[in-house]
Design a protein around this ligand. Structure first.
Ligand SMILES: NC(=O)C1=CN([C@@H]2O[C@H](COP(=O)(O)OP(=O)(O)OC[C@H]3O[C@@H](n4cnc5c(N)ncnc54)[C@H](O)[C@@H]3O)[C@@H](O)[C@H]2O)[C@H](O)CC1
Ligand SMILES: [K+]
Length: 229
């Protein structure tokens, strides 16, 4: 099994997008579909989906759309500055707006009451707050949101990386989602193997990044390592 770090994942992502020409939104839709194949949709009918405003959040929005089109009960929450959404996040948010799918923006502690009610009444919670792009300790409303999910969620599935976990070290950055299952994309991330308590079962899913992207990045890194020794 190939085990990579977050920088390698980002490099493979961008090679597939910028050098091979696979649009990021295609990879994002593939990721969403791969998450859905890991959910027992015959017996899971109500969902709380919590999204950040990066591409991990974008994955969550695509998952929310696909579930909504299957007439599942979807309670969608978004946390973060909506003016700072990534391009692919905004594309999926725009589609949801056009479909009339509503969401709650977690902007104050009061919004956490609505989140708690949703968690108590959902079959499954989907964590799409942070993935490989987490950059610092989790604090403030993000900390309270993750704490609320851990306290009241029936069971939580993490998209790519449990939010709050460092994908390289497995360290908890202040607080982390405790998932029963983590669906990570393309290849295993180093940090996931070091914190089973947060990841639960780990499933690696192919999202359509060609082996060529993987090989180029690994070879580049190996040659850089040789030069630096
Ligand atoms: N290339 C693609 O389109 C695909 C991406 N995949 C998914 O994308 C994420 C990585 O997305 P990225 O935008 O790089 O970062 P994140 O969404 O993980 O998070 C960045 C987001 O969070 C904010 N942030 C970071 N740390 C903190 C913090 N401690 N507190 C508050 N906010 C924080 C940051 O400002 C950004 O807004 C990857 O994991 C995949 O899930 C697709 O799966 C494949 C295609
Ligand atoms: K996540």
């Amino acid at each position: 099994m190939l085990i990579i770090n977050c920088d390698e994942m980002k490099a493979m992502d961008s090679y597939a997008i910028n050098n091979i020409g696979i649009p990021g939104i295609v990879l994002m839709e593939n990721a969403a579909h791969r998450v859905l194949t890991n959910i027992d949709l015959d017996n899971t009918n109500s969902f709380t989906i919590v999204c950040g405003v990066g591409n991990n959040g974008g994955d969550g929005l695509a998952i929310a759309r696909n579930l909504s089109l299957k007439y599942k009960e979807v309670n969608l929450f978004i946390i973060g500055d909506l003016n700072k959404g990534t391009q692919n996040f905004n594309t999926n948010l725009n589609i949801l707006n056009n479909l009339g799918v509503k969401f709650t923006h977690i902007a104050t502690d009061e919004d956490l009451t609505q989140l708690k009610d949703s968690l108590n009444n959902s079959d499954l919670t989907i964590d799409a707050i942070f993935g490989i792009g987490i950059t610092r300790e989790v604090g403030g409303l993000f900390h309270k949101t993750i704490d609320t999910i851990n306290k009241y969620s029936t069971q939580t599935l993490a998209v790519d990386i449990p939010s709050g976990l460092d994908g390289n070290t497995g360290n908890v950055l202040g607080i982390s989602i405790k998932a029963y299952k983590t669906i990570t994309f393309h290849h295993m991330k180093k940090g996931l193997l070091k914190n089973k308590d947060c990841t639960g079962e780990i499933v690696v899913e192919d999202i359509g990044i060609p082996d060529k992207a993987t090989k180029v990045i690994i070879e580049n890194n190996n040659s850089q390592d040789k030069q630096s020794t």
